[in-house]
Design a protein around this ligand. Structure first.
Ligand SMILES: [Fe+2]
Length: 444
């Protein structure tokens, strides 16, 4: 009994300090206990688990995946996750899974920031899918969703069998209770929740909005750095995993699961966040994008955006990735005799480009909260007016850009939802700026 009381005090003390503790690293073997002595010594499935807990294995990769890719953790919890009742269908609203309503479009599609008007929803109810590709049935592809919330998830937990979730808040701080412990996130940070891991999103203010990327494919890993060497981009040490923190609460809780695009609801008589200790390599993470170590030219031209890769979901060596996550942080833009804007290009992959904060960016991208989808080989680049300004720029000294952009690339074209197409925030004349380019040939 004292142990349980102490554990509650531990959780309180941990959060009351104003700074949650985390463990650092990515793909480590972690070990954490909220009550001293909760972790079994030298084994994971003893006949009797310390403190009367239950041992439960959660895997995130095939059993025989290579060591550096294998993900699994043992959780030691007050009750096992097995549920004796029947799950009932649940209406997931605008949180969608392929196939979607609108086929991939050749023109870019662009949304500006969504405000808080007309929202009365928790994180799960306030999800609206913009686009998606692939299929969770085949474990390939990625989806992107807006989220807006005005209240915390109460006595409700969610877990997603279809894909891991990358939550990128753009406004409002979040407290995310997971089976593995508490993660707090503010704009400029991102939170990665593995498939199958239960979580609950709480708001620390009156409103929160942002983006959620759902990866149906190969779990996100740190990309190889190649010729960059052993340091740079998103360093493993900057990823933070929670320490064990639990609720010993006998309250009815709705547990919602998404499986193959369908939602299911079960009611259990206690909080599912009852993991007192855990050990292993499967865990949620958070990452502060301001820590991204950006590379760039010191002579001329623009390196490929792969230099901004923070997380990779590999797919096909030639055709492209399943879902690579690029972070373009505040940085110096340097280049002799080089256009400071990104150039015109047509890429083999589909680009899902968003602005988390800062700006305005000098081309055509609204500051703070805009997102655009450009399907494979869709031609894009600076609009005529900013292009002319950049071409005439007399001073090419280094410039500091103060925005944070997240770009996800996938080899698969993105379908869209009708709900996203109908949003008033979708820019209707998005391609109008790509006219009026000056013809200079042959006189230069
Ligand atoms: Fe692009």
């Amino acid at each position: 009994m004292n142990d349980v009381a102490d554990a509650k005090q531990f959780k309180t003390a941990n959060e009351a300090s104003g700074a949650l503790r985390y463990q650092v690293g990515f793909g480590n073997e972690f070990e954490t206990e909220a009550v001293p002595g909760a972790l079994p010594k030298g084994q994971n499935s003893p006949q009797k688990v310390p403190l009367g807990l239950y041992s439960e294995l959660v895997t995130g990769a095939s059993f025989y995946a290579p060591r550096h890719l294998n993900r699994r953790s043992y959780v030691f919890r007050i009750r096992p996750s097995v549920f004796g009742g029947e799950a009932e269908p649940w209406d997931g609203g605008d949180f969608r899974t392929p196939p979607l309503d609108v086929p991939p479009l050749p023109n870019r599609v662009y949304w500006t920031q969504r405000k808080d008007e007309g929202v009365d929803a928790d994180f799960l109810e306030g999800l609206l899918t913009l686009g998606a590709c692939g299929s969770p049935m085949m474990h390939e592809g990625v989806a992107v969703h807006f989220f807006r919330a005005t209240k915390s998830m109460e006595n409700r937990a969610f877990h997603n069998s279809d894909g891991e979730l990358l939550i990128v808040p753009q406004q409002g701080d979040l407290r995310i209770m997971t089976e593995f412990g508490v993660i707090e996130a503010e704009p400029c940070e991102m939170v990665l929740i593995p498939r199958g891991v239960k979580f609950r999103v709480e708001l620390k203010g009156a409103f929160a909005r942002g983006l959620v990327y759902e990866n149906y494919g190969h779990p996100w890993v740190l990309p190889e750095l190649g010729l960059i060497g052993s340091n740079g981009n998103a360093n493993a040490i900057d990823f933070e995993a929670p320490v064990a923190s639990f609720e010993d609460l006998d309250v009815e809780t709705q547990v919602i699961q998404k499986l193959a695009g369908r939602f299911w609801s079960s009611v259990i008589d206690h909080s599912p966040f009852d993991v007192v200790a855990w050990r292993g390599s499967l865990t949620p993470y958070k990452y502060d994008m301001r820590k991204f170590v950006s590379m760039g030219t010191s002579t001329v031209d623009h390196p490929d955006p792969s230099i901004f890769c923070a997380l990779a979901s590999p797919s096909h060596d030639v055709s492209g990735c399943n879902a690579d996550v690029m972070i373009i942080p505040p940085r110096w833009v340097v280049g002799d005799n080089t256009l400071h804007l990104p150039g015109f290009h047509r890429n083999a992959v589909c680009e899902i480009s968003s602005l988390v904060t800062g700006g305005p960016v000098k081309d055509d991208f609204d500051p703070n909260g805009g997102i655009r989808i450009t399907n494979n080989w869709g031609a894009h680049g600076p609009e005529a007016k900013p292009f002319e300004a950049a071409r005439a720029q007399a001073n090419l000294d280094p410039e500091y850009t103060d925005f944070i952009s997240v770009m996800v690339e996938t080899r698969y074209p993105m379908e869209l939802t009708q709900a996203a197409m109908d949003l008033k925030e979708r820019v209707r004349d998005v391609n109008a700026g790509w006219t009026g380019y000056v013809k200079r040939f042959p006189n230069g």
